[in-house]
Design a protein around this ligand. Structure first.
Ligand code: NAP
Length: 267
């Protein structure tokens, strides 16, 4: 199937991280031009882009998604470079690997996680939709794909602030799917919810075999996700062909996880 990515222009936030980089690779391999975003990791991302076969179609943009003006400036920079933006993947995020109950959690940690994961998603979506309003409908329809988490669906004791930040993206997605069509009648907004995935964010936790054993006991498929597993789900929902009539949908990439233990240690 033709995915319809050829000549599509995509903005992927958090492309210096594990899942974001896999999304850039998947989109670029399908023929898209990609604005790959980093916050502190711009140099390493540029170095990696230079080693790929699509370097001429990938631009690195940098900025802090906590700052709405920085998000607007990134969108303007991408439009200067590529002419417009057709697809936006809102992937930048943080998660703290020390589990703390909310009553012991420092206020700054709560604020920071909400600032990056929720407000950062809002500012990025706002900047993208402002660009769409200025440039008019995208060929094949504009798309926004938010990266949530199974923590937003099932909760995550010890990371309540993270679970709350990701659950809120569902409300954002359901609202924006009804707004985007006023700017682009074929515009779509969807959400991908990864479960445990090996990336720099989780490597310290997933280096503990005991943690992995406990995590995969909740999944029929009994394995962690790879960044490519998540990237392929994002590509499906961002495809103007495969997902032409899909909006307001959540795709969970977690090996069938349903929030309870399915395997005992002996099985
Ligand atoms: N890994 C998992 O198990 C898992 C599970 C469920 C959901 N997710 C979600 O998937 C997304 C990607 O996670 P990942 O595992 O790939 O994490 P990662 O490797 O740690 O990458 C995180 C990315 O977010 C960017 N970022 C962090 N703070 C930022 C800020 N203030 N402004 C702009 N960008 C910022 C980082 O940029 P720099 O490095 O350049 O600073 C990096 O590119 C996140 O939203 C995460 O919550 C991950």
């Amino acid at each position: 199937m033709d995915t319809g990515f050829a000549d599509r222009i995509a903005w992927v936030t958090g492309a210096s991280g594990g899942i974001g980089r896999a999304i850039v690779e998947t989109f670029a391999a399908e023929g898209a031009a990609v604005a790959a975003h980093a916050h502190t990791g711009g140099d390493a991302l540029r170095d990696w882009v230079g080693t790929t076969t699509w370097a001429d179609r990938i631009a690195v943009v940098t900025g802090d998604v906590r700052d709405p003006a920085a998000c607007d400036a990134m969108a303007d920079g991408i439009r200067d470079r590529f002419g417009r933006i057709d697809a936006c993947v809102i992937n930048a995020g943080i998660w703290c690997n020390d589990a703390l109950p909310l009553h012991e959690m420092p206020v700054d940690r709560v604020r920071d996680v909400i600032d990056v994961n929720l407000l950062g998603a809002i500012w990025t979506a706002r900047a993208f939709l402002r660009a769409l309003a200025a440039d008019g409908p995208a060929p094949g329809g504009a798309s926004v794909t938010l990266i949530g988490s199974t923590a937003g669906r099932f909760g995550e004791a010890g990371n309540a602030e993270y679970a709350a930040s990701k659950a809120a993206l569902v409300g954002l997605m359901r609202s924006l799917k009804n707004e985007i069509v006023r700017l682009d009648p074929a515009g779509r907004v969807n959400l991908v919810e990864p479960g445990w995935t090996r990336t720099p964010m989780t490597e310290a936790t997933l280096d503990d075999p005991d943690h992995v054993r406990r995590a995969v006991r909740t999944m029929p498929l009994r394995q962690l996700a790879t960044p490519d597993d998540v990237a392929r789900a994002v590509a499906l929902l961002a495809s103007p062909v495969a997902a032409r009539h899909l909006s307001g949908q959540t795709l969970t990439v977690a090996g069938g996880m349903e929030g309870r233990v399915l395997w005992d240690d002996e099985s």
